[in-house]
Design a protein around this ligand. Structure first.
Ligand code: NAD
Length: 496
């Protein structure tokens, strides 16, 4: 049975007029389970016009009211986490516990944004000059568009919309067309929480909808999360159209394992971070850089753990790892394994030969050893259940290898040596660093973002930088002069 997945405009489902649609699949079976509307220019114009109208009144909503809506939304999201997680699993394929985890991490952003009265307090300087006070306010931008990837259909929209709405903007979400239903679930919860119609919009679509938003004169800013080529395009196009833009791209996250690391717990951490969500996480650890004597025991410990991972339908309670998002992507990942082997990588565990369900787009966990920086399995983001081990002789060689990569989203060091860990966090050129923490996704009161080809733009997402992104500063200089002291003075105003 297929369901029609529509847009959400002005607080209600909207069918659209484009006549375009795309199938939505359950990757665990390969079956078509829905059909999502794909917006054209007319749908995009309609969505943005309604969002702009809503932004004009929502910007005046008192901070206490905005906060109350966010608290109500938080309660609803918390109460209905399992329903949302089930929707995520049905269209994405990740296991249910992982989907619950994604919703809970998104919830943190709502909780942070509920403190908006505190976050927007601004600064005040009394007597900045004689008789002059100066204060800064942060005001909303208007309509902010959010364009999100398939791999976190609930969390990444929540990263973006909670702060944007709390700051007094209207938010237009363009979710991934591969798993679009979570966005409509969020829309219904916002409405139930008391958010005025039009403040949260869902525009379903593909490249056509994205390009429409990037060029639209009434879209003030664009938050994007997805692959690097598209992030680059979004940054360039939105920038050329005068918009504020933050575009988060792909990743290749390395774990540096020093010889003094506790190998069993390090192997547990790396297996969890490499194969969780079938490696389809922007913070997945996809390369283990083993220093010196760490290599042999680490590879043995990793290999020993992989046969124990249960691959299957994410709705089954005992599954550890679900399918990949599409058949094409599964085949592309398998092809990387073949090319790695051709170039001389040692296939220690071959997920292509795993015992896998007959239906659906599965690939077993794969471990490659003796990977070198000239191989595509090291240079490219594979985005699947493939972990590469690169062997190096020294700490310095490991850090240089990590710093030579074009992606710089996350990284982690595994060691018992505090001095080495401190040196690593200072010298590594990566935006998010873990010390014995395999997936260092910052908590909501810090901000999320990589460096180099993992982020285009100046601000990281959510947290304090998210609040800065979603507002513009205005500085007010005030004087209440005594008419008796008034005089004409054509000199440039001085403060002393
Ligand atoms: P994607 O770039 O294919 O798609 C992202 C969004 O852009 C989707 O909404 C899609 O509809 C749209 N899009 C796709 N092609 C487009 C085009 N040519 N022009 C305009 N819009 C287009 O990414 P994906 O496959 O959905 O997600 C996986 C990627 O996202 C991986 O590279 C992953 O590392 C990255 N990601 C990064 C982060 C991060 O925080 N840095 C987080 C999650 C995912």
């Amino acid at each position: 049975m297929t369901t029609r997945i529509e847009h959400w405009i002005d607080g209600a489902p909207y069918a659209g007029t484009s006549g375009r649609a795309a199938p939505v699949h359950n990757p665990a079976t390969g079956a078509v389970i829905g059909e999502v509307a794909l917006a054209d220019a007319a749908d995009t114009d309609h969505a943005v016009a309604r969002a702009l109208a809503a932004a004009r009144t929502w910007r005046d909503a008192p901070l206490s009211r905005r906060s109350a809506v966010l608290f109500a939304f938080r309660e609803l999201l918390n109460a209905r986490t399992d329903e949302l997680a089930a929707l995520v699993t049905a269209e994405h394929g990740k296991v249910l516990s992982d989907a619950v985890g994604e919703v809970r991490r998104g919830l943190e952003n709502v909780e942070f944004a509920a403190g908006i009265p505190q976050l927007l307090k601004g600064d005040h300087s009394e007597q900045a000059a004689s008789g002059v006070d100066v204060h800064t306010v942060r005001q909303p931008l208007g309509v902010i568009a959010g364009i999100t990837p398939f791999n976190f259909p609930a969390m990444v929209p929540l990263w973006m919309c909670a702060g944007a709405i709390a700051c007094g903007n209207a938010f237009v979400l363009k979710p991934s067309e591969k798993d679009p239903s979570a966005s409509l679930f969020l829309a219904r919860l916002w409405k139930e929480a008391g958010l005025p119609d039009g403040v949260f919009t869902v525009l379903q679509g593909d490249r056509e909808a994205v390009d429409g938003l990037l060029r639209h004169p009434d879209v003030a800013a664009v938050s994007f999360v997805g692959s690097t080529p598209v992030a680059r395009h979004v940054h360039a196009t939105a920038g050329a159209h005068g918009k504020r833009v933050q575009a988060l791209g792909g990743a290749k996250n390395h774990a540096l394992v020093l010889p003094d690391a506790d190998i069993p717990s390090t192997a547990d951490a790396i297996v969890s971070a490499a194969y969780g969500s079938a490696g389809e996480r922007c913070m997945a650890l996809s390369v283990a850089v083993a220093v010196g004597d760490a290599a042999d025991p680490l590879v043995a410990a990793l290999a020993e753990r992989l046969p124990g991972l249960r691959v299957g339908d994410g709705t089954a309670p005992d599954t550890d790892m679900g399918p990949l998002i599409t058949r094409e992507h599964r085949d592309r990942v398998a092809d990387y394994v073949a090319r790695g082997a051709d170039r001389g990588a040692e296939v220690v565990v071959d997920g292509r030969k795993a015992d896998l369900p007959a239906e659906g787009w599965f690939l077993g966990p794969t471990l490659l050893d003796r990977v070198t920086p000239d191989m595509e399995v090291w240079t490219d983001e594979i985005f699947g259940p493939v972990l590469s081990v690169v062997r190096v002789d020294t700490f310095e060689e490991g850090v240089d290898l990590i710093n030579s990569h074009t992606y710089a989203n996350g990284t982690a060091i595994f060691t018992r040596d505090g001095g080495a860990a401190r040196r690593f966090q200072r010298e590594v050129e990566v935006g998010m660093v873990g010390v014995n923490v395999p997936i260092p996704v910052p908590v909501a009161h810090h901000s999320f973002g990589g460096w180099k080809d993992s982020l285009f733009g100046d601000t990281h997402m959510y947290g304090p930088e998210g609040i800065a992104f979603c507002t513009r500063a205005k500085v007010v200089t005030t004087r209440w002069p005594d008419p008796a002291t008034s005089a004409i003075d054509l000199g440039f105003p001085q403060t002393r």
